[in-house]
Write a protein that binds this ligand. Structure first.
Ligand code: PHE
Length: 507
């Protein structure tokens, strides 16, 4: 059997994992959600979900990832199989954990291409001229039509999509160390420097009026503590931003050495991500909007969605600064770098599936993966509703459900004691056993309650539809699940053959 690749260094591993987690979720999705659900009122469920779901699941994925990596598996198909003697049903169930990141990537990469396109347009002075007005609608108007024209998609948008796909393809082809790790080593420090710079500019803007925006987010209060919608959204954000519930963290962890301190690595990943979310992410978009418009405008702006804040309101504000083109360029470059290090992580599970389970060589695995992504990205670009449909099913529903499956298999079925033993292996941090009980009991109840409320709230409205494009999107998701299931079953033979071979060799 081939030796599995591994990370080049400790710092490389941490930065790669941080790059995985830090993405559009931190800088765009988080401020939009916080603004929409009342700032400080959103942050209370948010921090509770971080403690009870985020940190625990992060550690679970790291511990299990290292465990499975030592046994030659990185994708959820192989990892889930590992716990059930590679039974077909377990491998099929695990395929969901490969499908989720892949489906997310199909629209994520398209949004990533907008950030690259807008960065170029800012740099070359092609963004609309700002309108000086305290009326939000007036000020944002030119940017709204610009965005609509761009995402039609225009030829320019299409070319940037192809370029973004090519960049991802190139980096992944270079491999784990020379591709993903190096990108993270350059990207992560740049993200933090640009982020802090923009945060300072936005908070101090308009004689520190931007600071009000930060106060709005940190005015912690319990006014929405009984609103299930806010809980669902806050927990969904924790999953999304920390890349949990889909094996994206586990696959990176599977390339860690057997001696790696995964508890520390998990805590580092979560801490860096949260720094970029609740410190940097909180200091840019919302303060910028506060500085320029009145506080009353904020919830209204946020209501119009994540894209509105990032691609329309933000340039409208930033282009007003002296050398606005440059600040707007830095903003979109920051978004692009954050998105890039995440899209690589969204594709790696599929590459790992092909390499570990099918035993394909690297180039073949990358090529087939990228062809599938390119196909999906075209659907996102040319079919209305596709993005929203994928975001709902893969980016919310399947994510929470798979998080629950992870806990059941990795903690319950593996056994509390086995899991704790594996967790304690090679770590200097002594997490008490109570931690495992929280993972085993509190986290699943939490997820279950959220799913329950969610089904009550959304399911009926979302499931029944007569929109042709939505039905096509769902068929696409289904087709993908079937495709991955076929691979899961077919590759079982290969894995079993290897196991038999190893047994013979041992004798
Ligand atoms: N965590 C990323 C973000 O915040 C998204 C992501 C999810 C990336 C899952 C990889 C895997 O944007």
């Amino acid at each position: 059997m081939q030796e599995r690749v591994s990370w080049g260094s400790r710092i490389g591993l941490i930065l790669a994992a941080a790059g995985n987690a830090v993405g559009l979720g931190n800088i765009l999705r988080f401020p939009s959600k916080a603004a929409l659900y009342g700032g400080g009122a959103f942050m209370v469920p948010y921090f509770i979900a971080l403690l009870l779901l985020g940190f625990p699941l992060m550690i679970v994925e790291w511990v299990i990832g290292r465990y499975a990596g030592r046994r030659g598996h990185g994708s959820m198909t192989g990892i889930l199989g590992l716990f059930f003697n590679h039974a077909s049903w377990a491998r099929i169930l695990g395929s969901i954990g490969v499908a989720i990141p892949l489906l997310i990537c199909m629209y994520y990469i398209y949004i990533e291409s907008w950030t690259l396109g807008f960065a170029f347009l800012s740099l070359f002075g092609q963004m609309p001229t700002p309108v000086i007005s305290s009326d939000t609608h007036e000020a944002v108007k030119p940017y709204v039509s610009f965005f609509k024209e761009y995402t039609k998609p225009s030829t320019m948008a299409y070319l940037f999509l192809l370029l973004t796909i090519a960049i991802n393809w190139f980096i992944l082809q270079k491999g784990l160390r020379k591709g993903i790790e190096i990108t993270a080593k350059i990207g992560m420090p740049a993200i933090i420097i640009f982020g802090v710079f923009l945060g300072l500019i936005c908070i101090s803007a308009n004689e520190w009026k931007g600071f009000e925006g930060l106060k709005f987010i940190y005015n912690l209060n319990f006014s929405k503590i009984l609103d299930p919608v806010v809980w669902v959204e806050a927990s969904g954000q924790i999953f999304f931003t920390l890349s949990l519930g889909m094996g994206a963290i586990a696959v990176y962890a599977s390339y860690a050495g057997a001696k790696e301190d995964v508890v520390k690595a998990g805590l580092w990943t979560a801490s860096i991500n949260e720094f970029v979310e609740v410190v940097i992410g909180a200091s840019i978009a919302i303060p910028a909007a506060f500085a320029m418009f009145s506080a009353v405008a904020i919830p209204e702006l946020a209501k119009e969605g994540t894209f509105r804040l990032g691609f329309m309101t933000m340039p409208a504000v930033l282009m007003n600064f002296p050398s606005g083109w440059l600040i707007s360029f830095i903003w979109f470059l920051l978004l692009f770098l954050a998105a890039l290090t995440s899209s690589l992580a969204l594709i790696q599970p599929l590459i790992a599936l092909f390499e570990d389970e099918m035993k394909w060589e690297h180039t073949k695995a990358v090529t087939v993966s990228m062809i599938l992504i390119t196909l999906g990205a075209h659907f996102s670009a040319f079919m209305p509703d596709f993005i929203d449909e994928l975001d709902f099913w893969a980016g919310c529903f399947m994510l929470l459900g798979f998080g629950l499956i992870e806990i059941i298999v990795f903690v319950w079925i593996f056994g509390i004691n086995n899991f704790y033993k594996e967790l304690k292996l090679n770590t200097t941090l002594r997490l008490p056993k109570l931690f495992v009980y929280i993972v085993a009991i509190v986290s699943p109840i939490f997820i279950f309650v959220i799913l329950y409320f969610w089904v009550i709230r959304d399911f009926k409205n979302v499931v029944f539809t007569d929109s042709i494009t939505k039905i096509v999107a769902r068929l696409f998701i289904l087709l993908f699940l079937v495709f991955l299931s076929v691979i899961a079953v077919k590759s079982r033979e290969i894995v079993m053959r290897d196991i038999r071979y190893m047994r013979v060799m041992k004798k």
